[in-house]
Design a protein around this ligand. Structure first.
Ligand code: HEM
Length: 181
């Protein structure tokens, strides 16, 4: 995973749990190598991200899925601030989600060497309803859900969704049915 993701997780931990929490985590855990500090354009093993999350679970007693969801929600405004170009002339959450796979993550792969963003395919079902298919070996569907929540908040909409199929249950991709109102 790219360093930018680690840097956003560090910012979340500092903002929600204090600077001392990240310092404690970094002195407690063992990473895959001599990785500190995490640098935005570099690539690090996914296991290092999960090491940080596991340690945060120990410290806060918050379930890992809840932390990952909050992380996804936290990422959204950071992306908005850092990459406003992806939001230009986009007026609806569905239009935005449709651009993730064919525009945003394509640009991400050009900009960040070795980036491996997931596949996020959107199919329109009706005016306010879509099916979304998520595929990634990382199986970070909770992060995706946090990003969906962030999308709804950004466009001032309410979101409801059903997670119809999940890779964690052996499916080859996650399937969501999503409604904005
Ligand atoms: C401007 C908006 C966005 C930007 C700049 C962006 C960029 C990125 C980047 C840099 C990564 C890390 C890739 C890597 O380390 O190899 C990533 C991962 C990810 N992105 Fe996006 N993204 C955006 C919006 C979204 C949205 C709206 C969704 C879904 C609704 C999404 C779903 C994901 C997920 C789930 C991951 C985690 C990695 C995985 O599942 O394999 N992204 N994105």
């Amino acid at each position: 995973m790219k360093g930018i993701v680690f840097n956003m997780l560090e910012d979340l931990i500092i903002e929600k749990f204090g600077e001392e929490t990240i310092e404690e985590i970094y002195s407690d855990v063992k990473f895959s190598g001599d990785v500190l500090p995490f640098i935005s354009p570099e690539t690090y093993p996914d296991s290092d991200l999960f090491t940080i999350l596991d340690s945060l679970v120990q410290k806060t007693s918050i379930p890992v899925d809840d932390l990952i969801f909050e992380f996804g929600k936290f990422m959204f405004p950071v992306f908005f601030k850092k990459y406003p170009v992806f939001f230009e002339n986009i007026i609806s959450p569905i239009e935005f989600l449709k651009s993730v796979n064919d525009i945003i993550h394509v640009e991400v792969k050009k900009f960040f060497e070795n980036a491996t963003p997931p596949t996020v395919i959107v199919k329109q079902l009706s005016e306010n309803k879509i099916a979304l298919y998520y595929k990634s070996e990382r199986k970070l569907c909770k992060l995706l859900e946090g990003l969906l929540e962030g999308t709804a908040l950004h466009f001032n909409k309410k979101i409801s969704y059903v997670h119809k199929k999940c890779m964690k249950n052996g499916e080859d991709q996650c399937e969501y049915e999503i409604k904005f109102s």
